[in-house]
Ligand binder design. Structure first.
Ligand code: PRP
Length: 212
């Protein structure tokens, strides 16, 4: 039997994804041991797991280097890859929001060339263009995005809000909610045809365990 390969987004989502796979009796013990290995095998179930940067999960899945991926909706929206989004796993829940200093709330949609910093330039640009008909100046950052409005790099940010603590501790707030986010189970289009039965049995197992 061929190995099915699963790409997991490194970090918190990977831990929660492992819980899911273990709940359907797959073996993630090798991956739980903190090591520098990148590929983990469950011989009994003929599964391989690879740990990759979140933004690379859709790439591995689209090209078929992984049959399955577990990744946040934020990454799927940003990357816009060609794959099947099979089930919303409903964990890793958070929100994509426009955030900034409170005084921006009333004026941000009327400012010309509003400066928007984000790790998600496509989501940000699309939101302002399609939903608000507004042209903005996008500034791509790779982390600690909340700094941008504090040091005058941008007027607002488009970023993930989970507990809201980062905003609160930096005197910023949610100005507008763009969309809710959570982890998704995604599948390569060819893999879905070649291994329908095996993939669907995983999907069914997960579906029973998805918490509303
Ligand atoms: C994410 C996100 C926010 C923060 C939100 O950043 O970009 O900064 O978490 O979480 P909170 O609402 O619970 O405070 P991450 O921790 O991934 O680090 P980064 O800023 O370096 O990307």
């Amino acid at each position: 039997m061929k190995y099915l390969t699963v790409a997991l987004a490194k970090g918190r989502l990977a831990e929660l994804a492992m819980d899911m796979f273990e709940s359907i009796d797959m073996d993630c013990s090798e991956m739980r041991e903190k090591s520098r290995k990148l590929i983990f095998t469950d011989e009994k179930n003929k599964m391989k797991f690879i740990l990759v940067k979140a933004s690379d999960v859709p790439t591995y899945v689209e090209y078929g280097a992984a049959d399955i991926g577990i990744v946040g909706k934020d990454t799927l929206l940003e990357e816009g890859r060609n794959l099947y989004e099979m089930i919303n796993l409903n964990f890793g829940k958070c929100r994509m929001c426009v955030c900034g200093k409170p005084e921006m709330k009333d004026k941000m949609f009327s400012v010309n060339n509003l400066k928007v910093a984000s790790k998600y330039p496509h989501i940000a640009e699309q939101f302002f263009r399609d939903e608000k008909g507004q042209t903005v100046k996008l500034i791509k950052l790779n982390g600690s995005v909340e700094l941008a409005p504090l040091v005058g790099l941008s007027d607002v940010i488009v970023d993930i809000v989970e507990s809201g603590k980062t905003l609160e501790e930096n005197g910023l707030e949610v100005l507008y909610e763009v969309c809710p986010l959570s982890a998704w189970f995604v599948v390569n289009r060819v893999s879905m045809k070649m291994h329908t039965e095996r993939i669907m049995s995983i999907v069914e197992g997960f579906r029973e365990r998805v918490k509303e």
